[in-house]
Design a protein around this ligand. Structure first.
Ligand code: IMP
Ligand code: MG
Length: 185
Protein backbone atom coordinates (compact mmCIF):
# COMPACT_ATOMS: atom_id res chain seq x y z
CA UNK A 1 0.00 0.00 0.00
CA UNK A 2 1.24 3.48 -0.87
CA UNK A 3 2.33 5.60 2.06
CA UNK A 4 2.06 9.37 1.99
CA UNK A 5 3.97 12.12 3.74
CA UNK A 6 3.87 15.87 3.96
CA UNK A 7 5.54 17.53 0.98
CA UNK A 8 6.86 21.07 0.54
CA UNK A 9 4.68 24.13 1.23
CA UNK A 10 2.71 25.26 -1.81
CA UNK A 11 1.16 28.40 -0.27
CA UNK A 12 2.65 30.00 2.82
CA UNK A 13 0.58 31.12 5.79
CA UNK A 14 1.47 34.74 4.98
CA UNK A 15 0.17 34.48 1.41
CA UNK A 16 -3.05 32.84 2.61
CA UNK A 17 -3.66 35.55 5.21
CA UNK A 18 -3.03 38.33 2.69
CA UNK A 19 -5.36 36.75 0.14
CA UNK A 20 -8.11 36.17 2.73
CA UNK A 21 -8.00 39.88 3.60
CA UNK A 22 -8.31 40.78 -0.09
CA UNK A 23 -11.28 38.45 -0.57
CA UNK A 24 -12.97 39.82 2.55
CA UNK A 25 -12.52 43.35 1.23
CA UNK A 26 -14.19 42.51 -2.10
CA UNK A 27 -17.00 40.53 -0.44
CA UNK A 28 -17.63 43.37 2.04
CA UNK A 29 -18.03 45.74 -0.89
CA UNK A 30 -20.18 43.39 -3.00
CA UNK A 31 -22.54 42.48 -0.14
CA UNK A 32 -22.90 45.88 1.52
CA UNK A 33 -26.60 46.45 2.24
CA UNK A 34 -27.50 42.85 1.40
CA UNK A 35 -28.67 39.98 3.54
CA UNK A 36 -25.47 37.91 3.67
CA UNK A 37 -25.51 34.35 4.96
CA UNK A 38 -22.22 32.45 4.88
CA UNK A 39 -22.63 28.71 4.45
CA UNK A 40 -19.43 27.01 5.60
CA UNK A 41 -18.91 23.52 4.17
CA UNK A 42 -17.54 21.33 6.95
CA UNK A 43 -15.00 20.23 7.76
CA UNK A 44 -12.47 21.47 5.24
CA UNK A 45 -13.62 25.09 5.02
CA UNK A 46 -13.82 25.69 8.79
CA UNK A 47 -10.50 27.50 9.13
CA UNK A 48 -10.99 29.52 5.95
CA UNK A 49 -14.48 30.53 7.15
CA UNK A 50 -13.10 31.53 10.56
CA UNK A 51 -10.51 33.87 9.04
CA UNK A 52 -12.68 35.15 6.19
CA UNK A 53 -15.72 35.93 8.32
CA UNK A 54 -13.65 37.77 10.91
CA UNK A 55 -12.17 39.96 8.19
CA UNK A 56 -15.58 41.07 6.84
CA UNK A 57 -16.64 44.65 7.52
CA UNK A 58 -20.39 44.03 7.04
CA UNK A 59 -23.08 42.29 9.07
CA UNK A 60 -23.53 38.62 8.20
CA UNK A 61 -24.84 35.39 9.61
CA UNK A 62 -23.22 31.97 9.34
CA UNK A 63 -24.42 28.40 9.13
CA UNK A 64 -22.71 25.09 8.54
CA UNK A 65 -23.41 22.16 6.27
CA UNK A 66 -21.61 18.85 5.81
CA UNK A 67 -21.73 16.74 2.66
CA UNK A 68 -20.86 13.15 2.02
CA UNK A 69 -19.72 12.10 -1.44
CA UNK A 70 -19.96 8.51 -2.50
CA UNK A 71 -18.18 6.92 -5.45
CA UNK A 72 -14.62 6.96 -6.66
CA UNK A 73 -12.93 6.87 -10.04
CA UNK A 74 -14.09 3.30 -10.64
CA UNK A 75 -17.73 3.82 -9.73
CA UNK A 76 -20.40 6.08 -11.16
CA UNK A 77 -20.67 9.09 -8.87
CA UNK A 78 -23.87 9.18 -6.92
CA UNK A 79 -25.17 12.54 -5.74
CA UNK A 80 -23.42 14.02 -2.73
CA UNK A 81 -25.82 14.25 0.22
CA UNK A 82 -26.02 16.22 3.41
CA UNK A 83 -24.85 14.72 6.65
CA UNK A 84 -25.71 18.09 8.13
CA UNK A 85 -28.17 20.40 6.39
CA UNK A 86 -28.49 24.16 6.89
CA UNK A 87 -30.46 24.97 10.03
CA UNK A 88 -31.57 28.51 9.21
CA UNK A 89 -34.07 29.61 6.58
CA UNK A 90 -32.47 30.63 3.28
CA UNK A 91 -35.59 32.40 2.06
CA UNK A 92 -34.59 35.75 0.59
CA UNK A 93 -31.00 35.45 1.80
CA UNK A 94 -27.87 36.27 -0.17
CA UNK A 95 -26.03 33.03 0.36
CA UNK A 96 -22.28 32.73 -0.03
CA UNK A 97 -21.00 29.16 0.02
CA UNK A 98 -17.56 29.02 1.65
CA UNK A 99 -15.58 26.02 0.37
CA UNK A 100 -12.04 24.81 0.92
CA UNK A 101 -11.40 23.48 -2.57
CA UNK A 102 -13.22 22.92 -5.86
CA UNK A 103 -11.86 19.77 -7.48
CA UNK A 104 -14.19 18.01 -9.95
CA UNK A 105 -16.87 20.51 -8.96
CA UNK A 106 -19.54 17.88 -8.20
CA UNK A 107 -19.99 18.77 -4.53
CA UNK A 108 -20.30 22.51 -5.06
CA UNK A 109 -22.57 22.14 -8.10
CA UNK A 110 -24.93 19.94 -6.15
CA UNK A 111 -24.82 22.11 -3.03
CA UNK A 112 -25.58 25.24 -5.04
CA UNK A 113 -28.60 23.53 -6.60
CA UNK A 114 -29.99 22.47 -3.22
CA UNK A 115 -29.53 25.92 -1.70
CA UNK A 116 -31.10 27.64 -4.70
CA UNK A 117 -34.14 25.36 -4.33
CA UNK A 118 -34.55 26.72 -0.79
CA UNK A 119 -35.43 30.08 -2.30
CA UNK A 120 -32.30 31.97 -1.47
CA UNK A 121 -32.27 35.37 -3.19
CA UNK A 122 -28.80 34.68 -4.56
CA UNK A 123 -26.26 31.89 -4.21
CA UNK A 124 -22.57 32.54 -4.90
CA UNK A 125 -19.45 30.50 -4.32
CA UNK A 126 -16.22 31.43 -2.54
CA UNK A 127 -13.44 28.88 -2.52
CA UNK A 128 -9.95 29.11 -1.09
CA UNK A 129 -8.49 26.75 -3.71
CA UNK A 130 -9.45 25.91 -7.28
CA UNK A 131 -8.03 22.85 -9.06
CA UNK A 132 -9.12 23.97 -12.52
CA UNK A 133 -7.53 21.04 -14.36
CA UNK A 134 -9.77 18.52 -12.60
CA UNK A 135 -13.11 20.17 -13.41
CA UNK A 136 -15.81 17.93 -14.85
CA UNK A 137 -18.32 20.56 -15.93
CA UNK A 138 -18.54 24.32 -15.78
CA UNK A 139 -19.15 25.87 -12.39
CA UNK A 140 -19.22 29.61 -11.81
CA UNK A 141 -16.88 30.63 -8.97
CA UNK A 142 -17.38 34.23 -7.84
CA UNK A 143 -14.51 34.40 -5.34
CA UNK A 144 -11.34 32.30 -5.52
CA UNK A 145 -8.25 32.43 -3.34
CA UNK A 146 -5.75 30.52 -5.42
CA UNK A 147 -5.74 28.39 -8.58
CA UNK A 148 -3.53 25.38 -7.87
CA UNK A 149 -2.13 22.54 -9.99
CA UNK A 150 -3.53 19.01 -9.90
CA UNK A 151 -1.88 17.77 -6.71
CA UNK A 152 -3.36 16.53 -3.45
CA UNK A 153 -2.98 19.29 -0.88
CA UNK A 154 -3.43 19.51 2.89
CA UNK A 155 -3.35 22.14 5.61
CA UNK A 156 -5.40 25.23 6.54
CA UNK A 157 -8.45 23.01 7.05
CA UNK A 158 -7.77 20.44 4.34
CA UNK A 159 -6.99 16.93 5.45
CA UNK A 160 -5.65 13.57 4.52
CA UNK A 161 -7.35 10.96 6.73
CA UNK A 162 -8.26 13.79 9.17
CA UNK A 163 -4.60 14.76 9.51
CA UNK A 164 -2.89 18.08 8.76
CA UNK A 165 -5.98 20.32 9.07
CA UNK A 166 -4.20 22.42 11.70
CA UNK A 167 -1.27 23.49 9.49
CA UNK A 168 -1.28 27.27 8.92
CA UNK A 169 -0.05 26.79 5.32
CA UNK A 170 -1.02 24.62 2.34
CA UNK A 171 1.35 21.79 1.47
CA UNK A 172 1.33 19.00 -1.08
CA UNK A 173 1.09 15.40 0.01
CA UNK A 174 3.57 13.10 -1.67
CA UNK A 175 3.89 9.36 -2.05
CA UNK A 176 6.79 7.83 -0.13
CA UNK A 177 9.05 5.99 -2.65
CA UNK A 178 8.84 2.20 -2.08
CA UNK A 179 12.59 2.13 -1.28
CA UNK A 180 11.96 4.38 1.75
CA UNK A 181 8.82 2.69 3.07
CA UNK A 182 9.38 1.26 6.51
CA UNK A 183 12.80 2.92 6.74
CA UNK A 184 13.77 5.56 9.26
CA UNK A 185 14.83 8.13 6.64
P1 IMP B 1 -15.20 17.88 -5.74
O1 IMP B 1 -16.62 17.48 -5.47
O2 IMP B 1 -14.49 16.89 -6.63
O3 IMP B 1 -15.06 19.29 -6.24
O4 IMP B 1 -14.37 17.74 -4.40
C1 IMP B 1 -14.82 18.23 -3.26
C2 IMP B 1 -14.12 17.73 -2.02
O5 IMP B 1 -13.05 16.80 -2.23
C3 IMP B 1 -13.46 18.91 -1.38
O6 IMP B 1 -14.40 19.71 -0.69
C4 IMP B 1 -12.48 18.24 -0.47
O7 IMP B 1 -13.11 17.82 0.71
C5 IMP B 1 -12.02 17.03 -1.27
N1 IMP B 1 -10.73 17.31 -1.94
C6 IMP B 1 -10.51 17.49 -3.26
N2 IMP B 1 -9.21 17.73 -3.53
C7 IMP B 1 -8.58 17.72 -2.33
C8 IMP B 1 -7.21 17.92 -1.92
O8 IMP B 1 -6.28 18.17 -2.73
N3 IMP B 1 -6.96 17.84 -0.59
C9 IMP B 1 -7.93 17.59 0.34
N4 IMP B 1 -9.22 17.39 0.01
C10 IMP B 1 -9.54 17.46 -1.32
MG1 MG C 1 -14.98 20.61 1.04
Amino acid sequence: MTEYRLGPPLITAERIQARVQELAEVISRDYAGKNLLLICVLKGAAIFWADLSRALRIPCQSDFVAMETYGDATLPLSEPRFTKAASVSLLGRDVLIVEDIIDTGHTATHLRKILQAQEARSVALCTLLNKVERREGAIPIQYCGFVIPDAFVVGYGLDYAQQYRHLPHIATLEAVPPTEVGGSA
